[in-house]
Design a protein around this ligand. Structure first.
Ligand code: NAD
Length: 692
């Protein structure tokens, strides 16, 4: 065994050299790894006794990607291009032996090799797109040559890894070897390569797969058309596709240049900065300053859910999916039946799409015990209340739950706005009470706001955070305040949107600006989807807002075929002349002189007050860090990940600019725009919110 450097060893098995990388935890392509790879390969190639080379990794995985910490810093160590040149000039076959995940630069290194073998559990992928960049070491040029344009485009544009079985089918790997016997399998393959004088197969020289697409630009047009919605706004997506096109249209070397150009443009882009920031934000969000990682957690083996309405049913599915039994309790049989039927219908639909087997559906439904008696949750470790949004009703439920639930059981509320401390106060265990604010649809949306009450115990917080991870959510810890983080900020946007349509804009103007910014829909389309009548009642309605007027006319949103928009049978929205007239009449009655409102003003009026509210949330300690707020907005409301979240966006455009506009608006429009103290401070110090 010869150590090449601190992370690389070179050994010999007869006439086969084995180059082993060992850089925990994931053998990322750091400067040290790149140097070890280059030096080790150089020695093996130069050794006359060596006839073939196996590249393998120690630990839990093959090279799992670039070293993200190096991004944006001056390059160090041996560049990968040198290794690539050495591999391509090698007169001896090089075989990559893959276990774990060969991702990004790791997969690209494997593609530089002449052959690849892998164990069945291995996975391959080019996830660069998720960081707003594209593969930069030949991935966009080699993969299409190996597996064809459509398959390569899907892998590169989605960034989703694929399993070894798929890799074998596509010819990404040349042989599958027995699980746990990678080294032996790779050595046997190398021996075969020597004995049968297998050719030095360089992917760069393959042409048949890309030739098939040459002169057929319609293939790329179709990819663009089919994915227009899915990747709306993502610059990297277009760059990646242009690079794949180059693999078809240009010689390898020219294609590599095109890939490089696209890569360099993207790596310094704001979008990539935003996406890298989000990558780290998603990891930081789990860290709680005063609840260390080793805080003891409580076992959660059974969950109770109170209320089988829109939220209760969706929440239940999260646990059923994770194999955790659920008792769901309703007030009346018909509500219970409806709730359970909805859960089953959701599962059946998933099964119809082939994403669940019917056996899976039955297993999950088998874990669900519906009932009408609260006593059913007596043996649950966690009970989540999802009844009507009404303090008295919730208090009544919690009082009862406190009596019924076993000692040590956690009681959570899914309330959207109500005060968790007040709810906790009616129980004898306020330290075991907290908020678990799921987003609708709760079985789909990734976000969970974990609301920490004044008295919530640390192990309870640690338990719920851990559980959130187990059920595939991303959880942000927030404090008690009206609407917590997400809805509290949303309120700012909604208020301005409502004002804007009286001052001069139309709902579809506001929605277009917000949609073009990258949100999935604007505030009025969102209201129509949710239903305008949430929290509205006929008895108290006094035509005092546009929304009230619409509800009184039974224009209550998509479900009634009309709201702010008119809808056809396919639920396509059309601007409504009726609504336009209602707005104009209403504004006139209020004596408002309507004016032309620019798109810039719409955006600033909607977004800057949100940022300002975010600053207040930080100031009050209702969120731990700016990036947690961004996680909430990206995962709960569809804020475009390439804009990093509202707080990152403020840092990007400059908090001084946001502050300036807020002051300007405050001068003409008053209180609603009063700048947060924290916004003033960061703007004055030139600091970034994300660094606080
Ligand atoms: P919903 O009206 O669809 O469901 C509430 C259910 O609770 C009803 O089926 C009702 O019969 C049942 N219920 C009421 N009192 C009960 C009791 N004492 N015991 C047992 N069951 C009882 O409402 P929803 O939209 O599911 O909202 C539930 C909670 O979730 C609310 O606090 C709401 O603010 C919150 N929430 C809603 C959303 C959303 O988008 N709908 C999102 C996040 C949070």
């Amino acid at each position: 065994m010869a150590a090449i450097n601190s992370v690389t060893d070179l050994t010999r098995e007869g006439d086969i050299a084995v180059l082993t990388l060992n850089s925990p935890p994931v053998n990322a392509l750091s400067a040290e790894v790149r140097t070890g790879l280059r030096t080790g390969l150089g020695q093996a190639i130069a050794d006359p006794a060596v006839k073939a080379i196996v590249l393998i990794c120690a630990g839990r995985t093959f090279i799992a990607g670039a070293d993200i910490a190096e991004f944006g810093k001056p390059p160090k160590g041996t560049p990968l291009t040198e290794t690539e040149a050495a591999m391509e000039a090698s007169p001896k076959p090089i075989i990559a032996a893959v276990h774990g995940t060969a991702l990004g630069g790791g997969f690209e290194v494997a593609l530089m090799c002449h052959y690849r073998v892998a164990v069945p559990s291995a996975r391959f992928g080019l996830p660069e797109i998720k960081l707003g960049i594209i593969p930069g070491a030949g991935g966009t040029q080699r993969l299409p040559r190996l597996i064809g344009v459509e398959n390569a485009a899907e892998a590169i544009l989605s960034g989703t890894p694929f399993p070894a079985k798929q890799a074998l089918q596509w010819g990404v790997i040349d042989e599958m070897v027995e699980e746990g016997k990678l080294r032996e399998g790779a050595l046997a393959f190398a021996r075969k390569a020597i004995n049968t004088q297998m050719p030095l197969r360089k992917i760069r020289d393959l042409d048949d797969k890309v030739r098939a697409a040459r002169g057929h630009p319609e293939i790329f047009e179709k990819i663009r058309r089919d994915n227009a919605r899915r990747y709306r706004g993502f610059e990297a997506w277009h760059g990646a596709l242009r690079a794949v096109e180059a693999a078809v249209d240009l010689p390898f070397v020219e294609g590599m240049k095109r890939e490089r150009e696209e890569f360099l443009k993207l790596v310094t882009s704001d979008q990539s900065k935003a996406q890298r920031y989000v990558f780290f934000a998603e990891r930081k969000v789990w860290k709680i300053t005063d609840v260390p990682d080793d805080t003891p957690t409580l076992p959660i083996n059974k969950v109770g859910i109170i209320g089988a309405g829109t939220m209760g049913g969706g929440i239940a599915m999260n646990f059923l999916n994770a194999g955790i039994p659920v008792s769901i309790v309703e007030m009346k049989q018909d509500a219970l039946d409806r709730g359970v039927a909805t859960i089953r219908r959701n599962y059946d639909n998933t099964a119809k799409k082939g994403r669940l087997t019917t056996a899976d559906v039955e297993t999950r439904m088998g874990l669900l015990s519906p009932g009408l008696n609260l006593d059913a949750v007596a043996d649950c470790d966690l009970v989540i209340e999802a009844v009507f949004e009404n303090m008295d009703i919730k208090k009544d439920v919690f009082r009862k739950l406190d009596q019924i639930a076993k000692k040590g059981a956690i009681l959570a509320s899914n309330t959207s706005y109500l005060n968790i401390d007040e709810i906790a106060s009616v129980t004898g265990r306020p330290d075991y009470v907290l908020g678990m604010h799921f987003f609708s649809p709760a079985n789909v949306m990734r976000l969970l706001e974990v609301v920490r009450g004044e008295k919530t115990a640390k192990p309870v917080i640690a338990t719920v955070m851990q559980l959130a991870r187990k059920i595939g959510k991303i959880a942000a810890l927030v404090g008690v305040c009206h609407g917590f983080v997400g809805n509290r900020m949303l309120h700012q946007r909604q208020r301005e949107a409502n004002k804007l349509i009286l001052e001069g804009a139309m709902p579809w103007d506001v929605d277009r600006v917000i949609y073009d910014f990258g949100m999935p829909m604007g505030p009025f389309a969102m209201s129509d989807l949710a239903g305008l009548d949430i929290g509205w009642s006929k008895e108290t309605s006094k035509s005092s807002t546009i929304r009230e007027i619409l509800c009184e006319m039974d224009r209550r949103g998509q479900k009634t075929g009309a709201g702010f928009y008119d809808y056809d049978e396919q639920r396509n929205a059309k601007p409504s002349p009726v609504v336009e007239k209602i707005i104009l009449d209403f504004a006139a009655k209020k004596g408002i002189n309507r004016r032309t409102i620019s798109d810039d003003e719409i955006l600033e009026r909607c977004v800057y007050p949100m940022i300002n509210e975010g600053a207040k949330i930080l100031e009050e300690g209702k969120a731990q860090r700016a990036s947690d707020i961004d996680i909430v907005w990206i995962n709960g409301y569809g804020w475009p990940v390439y804009r990093g979240g509202p707080m990152f966006y403020a840092d990007l455009i400059g908090s001084g600019k946001v502050l300036g506009k807020m002051k300007e608006f405050e001068a003409t429009m008053g209180e609603d725009f009063k700048p947060a103290r924290l916004l003033e401070t960061v703007a004055a110090d030139g600091r970034r919110l994300q660094d606080l």
